[in-house]
Design a protein around this ligand. Sequence first.
Ligand SMILES: Cc1cc2nc3c(=O)[nH]c(=O)nc-3n(C[C@H](O)[C@H](O)[C@H](O)COP(=O)(O)O)c2cc1C
Length: 270
Amino acid sequence: MLELTPPLVLLSGPAGFGEYLKLIDHKYVGGAILKTITFHPKEGNPTPRMADGDFYVINRIGLENPGIHRFVEDLPELPIPMIASLGGDSFEEYLEVAHVFKKVADRFCAVEFNFSCPNVKEGGLSIVRNRERWSDLLRELRRVLPESFLIAKVGIEGIFVEEAAEMVKDAGWEGITLVNTVRGLHFEKDTVILGGLSGPILKPIALRAVYEVKRRFPELFVIASGGVYSVEDAKEFLSVGADVIGIGSALFKDPGIVEEIGKYLMEVRR
Ligand SMILES: Cc1cc2nc3c(=O)[nH]c(=O)nc-3n(C[C@H](O)[C@H](O)[C@H](O)COP(=O)(O)O)c2cc1C
């Protein structure tokens, strides 16, 4: 089992490569899920890449990252446990990225595979559409990384979370992160931004996803991702069975939120 103290992680993307940790007392953060790394480096999308509305943040970063080779050569050093996030643009790229990552796998307490980024053309979210192929991929990745604690990050598009969870469990994976952003459209004056929604608007969706999955597969380790902005939000996710509370876009609003939630989780899990 993966023990994170407190059971709180910074989510992939907002956690970057640990930049926000400068603003937070480390003892209140159990781990950081680093930005998703793909086989080839990606520049990401042109601006605008982010905007916000009353109850949400929308982003279309497009998985900007240095690529797996640069990543393994120049591994970040963080004062807290690190979870890698790996992604791909195709079936083959997921496997290639996992093969290169294998060299440094022992530096990470777990690996999350991103099967749900809505901002890339292939791979990402679209990989789950072909169930048989996705299931093969899960099994192949398990073979490439037999020792790692494997976590699949899935969203609510392209598949029901409970169906995804069953496939993840059957492939011998330990965990699942629920959910990723949901595709949305935002007007910034006259400019249309197509991107992934996160923030408070996502919370009821993420709560339902955690609830459905934990009810059916209590043995799966579940990281909650979606709209945790307060201690109250964290309490709700714990009550539907989340094993770890993930904080994403709230970091942009106020990194102090992380400490507050971290303190609370230290107390309830003591
Ligand atoms: C700016 C930004 C970049 C993101 N980049 C990634 C990413 O690289 N990989 C990933 O799996 N999720 C990414 N996400 C999704 C977050 O990890 C998280 O699942 C989502 O924001 C929901 O949590 P929140 O409501 O607490 O923000 C990103 C989110 C934002 C706002």
